[in-house]
Design a protein around this ligand. Sequence first.
Ligand SMILES: [Zn+2]
Length: 216
Amino acid sequence: MIREKKSEEVPLSLSATARYDGEDVKRQLLEDQHEKCYICERKLGTDFQIDHFKSQENYSNLRQDWRNLFLACGYCNGKKSDRFDNNISPLDVNVEDEIEQRIDFNHNKASFRAVIDDEQHRNTVEMLCRFYNGKQNKRLIKEERFFDEAKQKMISFLRKVYNYQMDSTRENRDIVAEELSVEKEMLGFKYWIILDCHLKDEFINEIKWNKEWTIK
Ligand SMILES: [Zn+2]
């Protein structure tokens, strides 16, 4: 998960009709989110649903609220349901800075850690853990496949990063930079690989996604 940006202009059908899933809404969300699920950052293709950040069940007043609408893949949307209504908002927070996102290859699990300890951060971490690792770290078939896909993608990215570290040519750098462009998948995880490999300064311009970079 990373910070998201949303177009200022509210799609017309949200104010002109009683729907939240008009074609204009889907089109704008696809564009704003670079055709990725806002939770797992996988490319959406045709498998996408409108997710109410705060669920319709518990927040019917936000049913047509533009800032409450995101696109999620069927997997994430289905699992989130109305159980995770109190997450940190990717519109307000640099999620990649505030939640460490890693694949723990030794324990074959995804690990998440919030750098801030409050209810919203805890809730978001719990949601991500459950999506990637299943309940009590036991995975059902879909969860296993979901995790494996993420793991394979990170192995592939790690190879490219190590390649660059061992042989710092322009060409190898470009390969890593390409993987970090905003429309690519799993940037939240890639972010922590870049940090762990002490390459933050080197790729500072590539990891600014959707935010004004503030020098800390
Ligand atoms: Zn997803």
